[in-house]
Design a protein around this ligand. Structure first.
Ligand code: AMP
Length: 113
């Protein structure tokens, strides 16, 4: 198991989950780029957004629904937030296990700020 996020799911890297269900877990990013920076990932190892088969597109909806739920519980839903998925080398994806970034709690700027 080389995937760091699979290790987190398996409990091999102790990590506090801020949300979990049968399909999805969420935890705080280790290098937060904003006051709220949470990663939402499927338990199943899927390497990237590009690897999600059409038959599993419902999983993407579920991941987004969890992001919305966390935005509410983190108190940033009203002010606004960003949900981002980096995909592949030029999309600056560093960890090859699909993940949504939930970012908020400060004024974001541009596409990346
Ligand atoms: P990306 O660049 O889109 O692949 O994002 C990967 C994110 O995973 C980065 O923001 C990292 O800070 C974060 N990350 C890497 N290792 C850990 C970890 N052990 N716990 C929490 N976040 C992590």
């Amino acid at each position: 198991m080389d995937c760091i996020f699979c290790k987190i799911i398996a409990g091999a890297i102790p990590t506090k989950f801020v949300y979990q269900d049968k399909e999805v877990i969420a935890f705080r990013d280790i290098e937060p780029q904003a006051p709220v920076h949470i990663l939402i990932i499927p338990r199943e190892h899927i390497a990237s957004l590009a690897e999600v088969p059409e038959s599993k597109s419902g999983l993407l909806g579920h991941l987004v629904a969890v992001a919305n739920k966390l935005a509410k519980s983190e108190g940033i839903a009203e002010r606004g937030y960003r949900v981002a998925i980096n995909c592949g080398p030029e999309g600056t994806q560093g960890v090859p296990h699909i993940h949504l970034h939930l970012l908020g709690g400060r004024q974001l700027s541009g596409m990346l700020g």
